[in-house]
Design a protein around this ligand. Structure first.
Ligand SMILES: Nc1ncnc2c1ncn2[C@@H]1O[C@H](COP(=O)(O)OP(=O)(O)OP(=O)(O)O)[C@@H](O)[C@H]1O
Ligand SMILES: [Mg+2]
Length: 247
C-alpha cells in the first residue's frame, strides 16, 4: 500500500529555552503528523507550548532535537535564508494580530509573498482570493482603514496566495466576536475543501476547534490526547476537560 502523504511530519522534537537549572522544557519528545489536505487543531492551556510548536513547524525556530518535515522537505539543518524562502513558498501563516504591513494596501499585502519571491500572479490569484473572501471592494484600503474581520481576511488571503502545503494559524479568532469567529470557521473549512491545503490551527475555543476534523491536546509539551471532533463543540470540550483532569 502507498504511504499516505503528510503535509507535516515531526518526530522526536524537543525544544527548551534557557540553560541548565533555568531551562524551561517547552516541547518534550513530541511526535506529530498532519496528513495532506487535513484540517486539524491543537488545544492546550496557556504556556503548554502551542505557539512554540507552530513556530517550530513554520521553521521560525529550530528544534533542539528531532526532525520536522513539510511535504518532502526536511527543515532540519536548513540555513535561515533557505528556511525563509521555503516558508514563503510552502507555509501560510495567520497570527492573531495579523502582522499586515501598514504602508501597503490590502491588495499589496496579499501579493507580497509572490513579490518577494519574484513570482507572477498568473491567473489573477490575488483578485480571486479577494473575491472569495468578500474583500474585493477593500482592494485599495490600508490596514488602518479595515475592520478586524477584514484585516483577518487579508491575512488569510496572504497566507493562501502562494498555494502553501500547510497553513498554520495561531489563535486566529482571538480578536473576533463569536459571529465573526463562526464566519472564520466556515471560511477555513471551505478553503480547506477547495484548495486542498492542510491547516493546523491553535485555539482555546471548543466551538472554533470543532471546525477542525481532529484535535490534538497539548499539556506540558506533550500530546495527551488526539481525537476526531465529529463537528461537535460539546465533544471537544468534554475531551479537553478529561485531558486536563488526567494525572
Ligand atoms: N523565546 C522564549 N524564551 C524563553 N521562554 C519562552 C520563549 N518562548 C516561549 N517561552 C516559554 O515557553 C512556554 C510555552 O510558550 P508558548 O508561547 O508556546 O505557549 P502557548 O501554549 O502558546 O500559550 P498561550 O496559550 O498563552 O499562547 C512558556 O512558559 C513561555 O514563557
Ligand atoms: Mg500561544
Amino acid at each position: 500500500m502507498q504511504k499516505p502523504l503528510t503535509a507535516v511530519a515531526a518526530a522526536g522534537i524537543r525544544k527548551s529555552f534557557g540553560k541548565d537549572e533555568a531551562a524551561i522544557h517547552v516541547i518534550r519528545n513530541l511526535d506529530f503528523s498532519l496528513p495532506e489536505g487535513r484540517f486539524e487543531a491543537v488545544m492546550g492551556p496557556s504556556g503548554s507550548g502551542k505557539s512554540t510548536l507552530l513556530h517550530l513547524v513554520a521553521g521560525l525556530l529550530a528544534p533542539d532535537a528531532g526532525a520536522i518535515r513539510i511535504g518532502a522537505q526536511d527543515l532540519t539543518g536548513m540555513s535561515d535564508r533557505d528556511a525563509t524562502v521555503f516558508r514563503r513558498r510552502h507555509v501560510g501563516l495567520i497570527f492573531q494580530d495579523y502582522n499586515l504591513i501598514p504602508t501597503l494596501t490590502a491588495e499589496e499585502n496579499i501579493a507580497l509573498p509572490l513579490l518577494l519571491d519574484r513570482r507572477r500572479d498568473d491567473g489573477g490569484r490575488v483578485a480571486s482570493l479577494m473575491d472569495a473572501l468578500g474583500i474585493a471592494a477593500r482592494r485599495r484600503h490600508f490596514p488602518a482603514a479595515l475592520s478586524g474581520g477584514e484585516r483577518q481576511r487579508v491575512a488569510i488571503a496572504r497566507a493562501l496566495v502562494g498555494k502553501p502545503t500547510v497553513v498554520l494559524a495561531d489563535e486566529p479568532t482571538g480578536n473576533l466576536d463569536s459571529p465573526a469567529a463562526q464566519d472564520f470557521c466556515a471560511l477555513m473549512k471551505r478553503l480547506n475543501a477547495e484548495t486542498g491545503c492542510a491547516i493546523l490551527m491553535v485555539t482555546h475555543d471548543p466551538v472554533v476547534a470543532a471546525a477542525a476534523e481532529r484535535i490534538h491536546i497539548l499539556r506540558d509539551g506533550r500530546f495527551m490526547d488526539s481525537f476526531e471532533t465529529q463537528g461537535s463543540p460539546a465533544r471537544v470540550a468534554e475531551r479537553y476537560l478529561d485531558a486536563m483532569r488526567a494525572e
